[in-house]
Design a protein around this ligand. Structure first.
Ligand code: GAR
Length: 196
């Protein structure tokens, strides 16, 4: 069976990208192949991670042609599934509608808590601690025109401990939830796409 061609879009350190690369090497991600990594940040360490693993890595400047250039590159590489892994650009309705059920995002909370516009990265964990919730987690979902509003694919809960800081909590959510459910979700959707 042909593997689903995957592009991973990133803006930062790329630990979720690394989890996907490791899953590919370890055989957990077997129905899809990461063939392209794109960042809106020239110095994103995620781009280096891609290059270190022999994956095509591109920087696309966030200007008025950003989405046009993005679509060009995705089409040139025959991409079938797009994974947003710490990609902090909000994509337009126009772009999202081009790829129905073909864009996956990872969000560091249990949606519908602490999500939507303005909730990204450490801000999510700051909000969870401020509200005093005892359980948080991570969610993978399809991307539609509503920020963090698409159909949920997987969720995993993570305990909040006394004395957690946003940084400590972020690390625990990544280790216990994000790096596990993202590869599993990408494999599940890649498998569905490769069979259809
Ligand atoms: C991750 O925690 C991811 O869930 C979050 O940004 C971080 C990126 O880390 N994404 C969002 O907040 C999206 N709303 P990484 O670059 O090490 O994967």
């Amino acid at each position: 069976m042909l593997k689903t061609k995957i592009a991973v879009l990133v803006s930062g350190g790329g630990t979720n990208l690394q989890a996907l690369i490791d899953a590919q090497k370890g055989g957990i991600l077997k129905s899809g192949e990461i063939t392209l990594v794109i960042s809106n940040k020239e110095n994103a360490y995620a781009l280096q991670r891609a290059k270190d693993n022999g994956i095509k890595a591109l920087y696309i400047k966030k200007d008025e042609d950003f989405e046009k250039n993005l679509v060009n590159e995705l089409e040139k590489s025959g991409i079938q599934l797009i994974v947003l892994a710490g990609f902090l650009v909000i994509l337009s309705e126009n772009f999202v509608k081009r790829y129905p059920d073909r864009i996956i995002n990872i969000h560091p909370s249990l949606i519908p808590s602490f999500c939507g516009d303005g909730f990204y990265g450490l801000k999510v964990h700051e909000a969870a601690l401020k509200r005093g919730v005892k359980i948080t987690g991570a969610t993978t979902h399809f991307v539609n025109e509503i920020t963090d509003g698409g159909k949920i694919i997987m969720q995993k809960a993570v305990e909040i401990k006394d004395n957690d800081t946003p940084e400590i909590l972020q690390k625990r959510v990544m280790e216990e939830a994000e790096w596990k459910i993202l590869p599993l979700s990408v494999e599940k959707i890649s498998k569905d796409l490769s069979e259809n």
